[in-house]
Design a protein around this ligand. Structure first.
Ligand SMILES: Nc1ncnc2c1ncn2[C@@H]1O[C@H](COP(=O)(O)OP(=O)(O)OP(=O)(O)O)[C@@H](O)[C@H]1O
Length: 255
């Protein structure tokens, strides 16, 4: 349902966020190319989540701009950004409590399509909503869990349902803040394999602390430190950058 044309390049220009005297983001200018698997890494408190919140419209920047496909979206409310194809994962805990996976995804699809009514009546009248939901669940290897209550599922599966709900909005750009946080490593690998198989025209921007996952999955990496961009490059360039090693070694010594 994106209203954006073919250009879905996401770009920030001099983005800053100030909390009192503290600069959580300082002059961040980045470009996210369509179809990129772009990781945002950096030590704790580097400003990564703040940056994502500035992109989604959860926070307004103190200065700077956000552009999507050339359009200045800095002032747009969150739902308008979703409407233009930029989505972050929803928190399953706060949404759709007590529903099955299929019901939750069908509801999200109905909302995207603007099918307003009591949702189960809507779904009964639109079997194609169920078809779309089942196809999406198949992509995420969740078909077998379609009738499970989301809350009773394993944590890793719940994260996948959150991604399914985000994908139900048909995003052009998917923003993920530590999608694998708190789930066992076998499941997090599975989750990233699913993400790797998303259509190539979807841009994925993700924050991740597990460097194994970052280097396996990302084709572009931005390193943030102290609210600023330290450097950006291909995984090979980042792996070879002594400044990046210093940041992470310094952090390890601190710990
Ligand atoms: N609402 C807020 N009010 C005041 N300070 C904030 C607020 N949100 C974030 N900060 C501060 O901004 C800094 C950057 O936080 P942020 O969560 O963006 O970092 P991060 O890189 O995502 O860290 P982590 O990897 O630990 O999640 C932190 O020092 C944090 O305390």
């Amino acid at each position: 349902m994106s209203t954006v044309g073919t250009d879905i390049t996401l770009r920030t220009e001099g983005l800053s966020k100030r909390w009192g005297a503290f600069l959580a983001n300082s002059d961040v200018s980045l470009t996210f190319k369509p179809g990129a698997r772009h990781a945002l890494i950096g030590p704790n408190g580097a400003g990564k989540t703040t940056f994502i919140n500035l992109l989604t419209g959860s926070f307004m920047p103190s200065s700077g701009k956000v552009f999507l496909g050339g359009e200045d979206i800095t002032e747009l409310p969150q739902h308008e950004r979703v409407h233009r194809g930029m989505t972050r994962t929803f928190q399953l805990n706060t949404l759709f409590a007590g529903m099955t996976v299929l019901e939750s995804v069908a509801l999200a699809i109905s909302e995207r399509r603007g099918l307003q009514s009591v949702w189960y009546k809507t779904v009964a009248n639109h079997p194609d909503v169920i078809d779309e939901a089942m196809a999406l669940l198949a992509t995420l290897k969740l078909s077998d869990q379609a009738n499970s209550i989301t809350r009773s599922m394993a944590y890793g599966k719940q994260r996948l349902v959150e991604i399914a709900l985000a994908l139900a909005t048909k995003p052009r750009i998917l923003l993920l803040d530590e999608p694998a946080a708190g789930i066992p490593s076998a499941e997090s690998r599975e989750l990233f394999e699913v993400l790797a198989n998303l259509p190539r025209d979807v841009t994925v921007l993700f924050i991740e602390h597990d460097m194994g996952l970052v280097f396996r999955f990302a084709d572009r990496i931005t390193v943030m430190v102290g609210g600023k961009v330290l450097t950006e490059g291909t995984p090979e360039e980042i792996a070879a950058d002594p400044r990046v090693k210093e940041v992470y070694l310094g952090e390890a010594e601190h710990a």
